[in-house]
Each structure stands twice: as structure tokens, then as C-alpha cells.
Design a protein around this ligand. Structure first.
Ligand code: GTP
Ligand code: MG
Length: 202
């Protein structure tokens, strides 16, 4: 079974509290001279049909990126799964691709590798060789009721919801660094310096 990029809406999860970064709205935090989310948008725009920005604060700022900005229906920061549900309810494609707003180094074959593992309505999640990257996932929109029930039941753990469904992983063990994400000020600064020190064609 194959799917194409036009069947996918990327849902960029920018709805968190950013508590480890002093409560900042992480998607808007500067990283190498532009907001973090702009790095994500640049990497993902060529790979999907549509994009939704899922944000619970500063919606006007996010609207400047020219994609629909949608807040969680579930209030009080219920976690990434609340954002998954928001995306599934809002999109009009067969799949959503979930992505965190704080991971600026996405590879250009993210979607093609995930697509290559699609089979029979399964969920496909990126794996970096050591662990699952659960918020980098390709999810059939048909699972919307399942997720609604799961959240209504008070559950919030992504892995528990995945375990209720058929799931495959896409292998990125050759480049685990693409999943780097900015959770603390130290990470933001350290990584910025490393990137600046890299040779241009390396
Ligand atoms: N829609 C939505 N997304 C969320 C929520 N909580 C976290 N996320 C997103 O999930 C992704 C991974 O979460 P973290 O890296 O822990 O981000 P965070 O929750 O803002 O940061 P901390 O508060 O420091 O843990 C990020 O892209 C967040 O924006 C939420 O309640 N709703
Ligand atoms: Mg993070």
C-alpha cells in the first residue's frame, strides 16, 4: 500500500508549556536567527500536502506563517495527544504527521521513510536506533474515535495509545541527530554553537 504526500497534513505541535525553558512559547523562541517553528516549516513544507500549526498561545504570531492555527479543544495543556486529536479533527486528509515545534533539524526524507512502512491502517513512528520518537508519527485520521475515547478516559500516555493499534517503526538509526529538540536554554545554546562550528559541506 502506498500513500502520497497530498494525503498528509503535518500537525506542528506548539501547544506545550515550555516549562523547562522558563515557560516560553517554544515555537517562537529564536534559534539561529529565526523562530524554531520556522525551521520546522521550511523542512516539512516540501514533504506534505498541508500544514496545521497547533498552538495554545500567541495565535496571532503563529498566523504569520500562513497556515491554519488551531488550539486544543481540551484545555489546560493536556499533552501532545491533545494536539494529535486537534489535528485529526481539523485536517481533511487521510493521515496526519505529528511533529514537535522544537526540533529544527528534520531530514528531507522524513516523510518518505515513514510512508514506506505504511500498511493496513497502521501507525508509523520514527525510531532513532535507541528509542522511539513518539511525536514524529504518521497516523491515520480514521483513528480519531479511538483517540477521543482514550483521552475521555483520562489517559495521556502516547505509548499506551499506540499499543492499542497496529504500529510500525521507520528506521533513522543512521541519523539519530535529526531528532534533536530544544528543551532547555543550555541545549539551545550548545547546539547553536555546534552548528556554527560545522563545515558548510559536511
Ligand atoms: N497541543 C499540545 N501540544 C503539547 C502539549 N504539551 C506538549 N506539547 C507539545 O509536545 C511536544 C513535545 O513536548 P516538550 O518538548 O516536552 O514541550 P513542552 O511540553 O512545551 O515543554 P516542557 O513543559 O518543558 O516539558 C512539543 O512540541 C510541545 O509543544 C499540549 O498540552 N498540547
Ligand atoms: Mg521537546
Amino acid at each position: 500500500m502506498t500513500i502520497n504526500k497530498n494525503q498528509i497534513t503535518a500537525v506542528i505541535l506548539a501547544g506545550g508549556k515550555g516549562s523547562r525553558l522558563g515557560g516560553q512559547d517554544k515555537g517562537l523562541v529564536d534559534y539561529q536567527n529565526k523562530p524554531l517553528i520556522e525551521h520546522v516549516l521550511e523542512k516539512i513544507e516540501p514533504q506534505v500536502g498541508q500544514i496545521i500549526i497547533n498552538a495554545n498561545r500567541n495565535q496571532d504570531e503563529y498566523a504569520k506563517f500562513k497556515h491554519p492555527v488551531i488550539s486544543d479543544e481540551l484545555s489546560d495543556f493536556q499533552g501532545p495527544l491533545a494536539g494529535f486529536l486537534t489535528g485529526m479533527k481539523t485536517c481533511n486528509t487521510d493521515y496526519i504527521l505529528t511533529l514537535p515545534c522544537d526540533g529544527p533539524d528534520l531530514p528531507d526524507d522524513l516523510v518518505s521513510r515513514l510512508i514506506s512502512e505504511v500498511q493496513n491502517n497502521n501507525i508509523v513512528v520514527a525510531h532513532d536506533g535507541k528509542r522511539l520518537q513518539p511525536v514524529h508519527a504518521l497516523i491515520p485520521t480514521s483513528l480519531i474515535e479511538s483517540l477521543e475515547d482514550f483521552l475521555a478516559n483520562g489517559d495521556r500516555k502516547i505509548d499506551l495509545w499506540y499499543a492499542q493499534h497496529s504500529m510500525a517503526t521507520a528506521d533513522f538509526s543512521d541519523k539519530p541527530e535529526v531528532f534533536f529538540n530544544v528543551n532547555t536554554e543550555e541545549q539551545r545554546q550548545q547546539h547553536q554553537q555546534q552548528q556554527q562550528g560545522k563545515p558548510q559541506n559536511g
